[in-house]
Design a protein around this ligand. Structure first.
Ligand SMILES: Nc1nc2c(ncn2[C@@H]2O[C@H](COP(=O)(O)OP(=O)(O)OP(=O)(O)O)[C@@H](O)[C@H]2O)c(=O)[nH]1
Ligand SMILES: [Mg+2]
Length: 244
């Protein structure tokens, strides 16, 4: 259970005055935590903007394929662009090691009992990475469809990854995650023949939560759709260079 984002103790029973007071307390704590986070997020964004770096925060349930997508993305970009990856997991260095194995620079944050990254942790991670001019910074959040939604890390784009094994109803059931993501990647399309996942219904559900969301359909395993994804990323750097 998360010990910092206030997600415990929010059970609300209208008939129970004591519970109601408890909820007010927890809302106040949550508000204060998010205000501190927003302060650090602003600082992170300024740090990135000074370097003209583009930062993307990847959020999803565990196992949707965030690290797999980052392995392929780093491999596709690193010939031409500098890339830094911040990895977030409760425990282990597994994901950072996977990125290093494909030649990327990565810093692993272990959140322990906490179920999301916050902007303060990410700011410290930046100190361990060489974040160069006109580079990409990819942040892989802790696999969790709830808490990471509330924490701005100072990123420029937030990418929600959903895989075809999770069910096309997830955008409706976890609306915060999809509301705060400007871009959604539907991954594991190679598994569509074997699972009851309706891609059109999933996209409709995403748009019910965020009308203008950008959607990519791809399979990291087969590589289908990866070119379009990588082209979009390259266009982000080009836009930045053209606006300075
Ligand atoms: N069939 C198929 N499997 C995939 C695809 N992408 C990833 N996987 C597999 O899905 C599993 C989880 O992938 P990861 O990349 O570790 O997922 P993750 O989102 O980083 O997981 P956490 O960091 O634990 O949240 C691995 O066994 C991958 O090989 C895909 O496009 N198709
Ligand atoms: Mg991962």
């Amino acid at each position: 259970m998360c010990t910092t984002c206030g997600c415990q103790g929010n059970t609300y029973h209208e008939h129970d005055h004591h519970h109601y007071e408890h909820r007010i307390d927890s809302i106040e704590i949550e508000k204060a935590i998010l205000e501190v986070n927003d302060y650090h997020a602003k600082h992170n964004r300024e740090y990135l903007d000074k370097r003209n770096a583009v930062a993307l925060n990847f959020v999803s349930s565990p196992g949707s394929g965030k690290t797999s997508l980052l392995e392929k993305t780093v491999s596709a970009l690193q010939q031409k662009y500098l890339v830094a990856v911040v990895e977030g997991d409760q425990h282990t260095e597994i994901d950072a090691d996977r990125i290093r194995k494909v030649g990327g620079q990565a810093y692993q944050i272990n959140t322990g009992k906490t179920c999301h990254l916050d902007a303060h942790m990410v700011g410290h991670a930046f100190e361990h990475l060489a974040i160069a001019e006109n580079s990409f910074v990819f942040i892989e959040n802790v696999g969790n469809l709830i808490c990471p939604a509330m924490f701005d890390l100072g990123e420029h784009h937030r990418i929600a990854v959903i895989s075809t094994t999770e069910g096309d109803d997830k955008p409706l059931k976890y609306p915060d995650m999809f509301y705060y993501a400007d871009t959604v990647v539907i991954n594991k399309t190679d598994l569509l023949p074997y699972v009851d996942f309706d891609t059109k219904r999933c996209i409709d559900n995403i748009r019910k939560i965020r009308t203008e969301a950008r959607v990519f359909e791809l399979s990291v395993k087969t590589g289908q759709g990866l070119n379009i994804w990588v082209s979009w990323l390259k266009s982000l750097i080009k836009e930045r260079i053209n606006t300075v």
